[in-house]
Design a protein around this ligand. Structure first.
Ligand code: FE
Ligand code: FE
Ligand code: FE
Length: 170
């Protein structure tokens, strides 16, 4: 059995396993999201919402690169796995896009779907930052924190857009 952290009850080896599993899940999730963001940018009516989705698409590509750097920093090959939660969130987004197609509330509906995605990502990266901190993976922690900040920023931006136009128009 590997050494334990001073104050923790979980052996480091188990935390490492969980860390890697969550990394693979979120890498898969980010890749799945690329397609969804493209579709949401296409469907959005308001220009600021379109732009927000387009710029988060670019950020998501950066986040995928950052995850590859995280894997490299702990001497592992980057490998993703299918994230079932993201699959479900994107299925719902798809459903809502069809349901509100041509409706005044379409943008508001897109924002709701996108914010559910961002909150899932925030929860995941928040946990990953905690694990990296506990295991003293400094480089990984910094990279994951950068992405966490980007997801939070995106969530706030979506709220701002909802407050300023989409929801008012609806
Ligand atoms: Fe992301
Ligand atoms: Fe997942
Ligand atoms: Fe995101």
């Amino acid at each position: 059995m590997k050494s334990r952290k001073d104050n923790g009850s979980m052996p480091n080896a188990h935390l490492h396993e969980l860390f890697v599993d969550e990394l693979r899940d979120v890498l898969g999730a980010e890749k799945q999201l690329l397609k969804g963001l493209k579709k949401m940018a296409d469907k959005a009516v308001g220009q600021s919402l379109k732009d927000a989705f387009a710029s988060h698409y670019t950020e998501t590509e950066e986040q995928i690169d950052r995850l590859k750097q995280v894997f490299a920093s702990i001497d592992l090959t980057a490998r993703g796995k299918k994230c079932k939660a993201m699959e479900g969130l994107l299925n719902e987004a798809e459903e809502i896009m069809e349901e509100f197609e041509g409706d005044e509330a379409l943008d508001a509906a897109l924002i709701a779907a996108a914010q559910k995605v961002e909150h899932y990502e925030i929860a995941t990266y928040g946990c990953l930052v905690t694990y990296a901190t506990l295991m003293e993976h400094e480089e990984a922690r910094g990279l994951l924190q950068t992405t966490l900040d980007q997801e939070k920023e995106t969530d706030s931006k979506l709220t701002e857009i909802a407050m300023s136009e989409s929801n008012v128009a609806a």
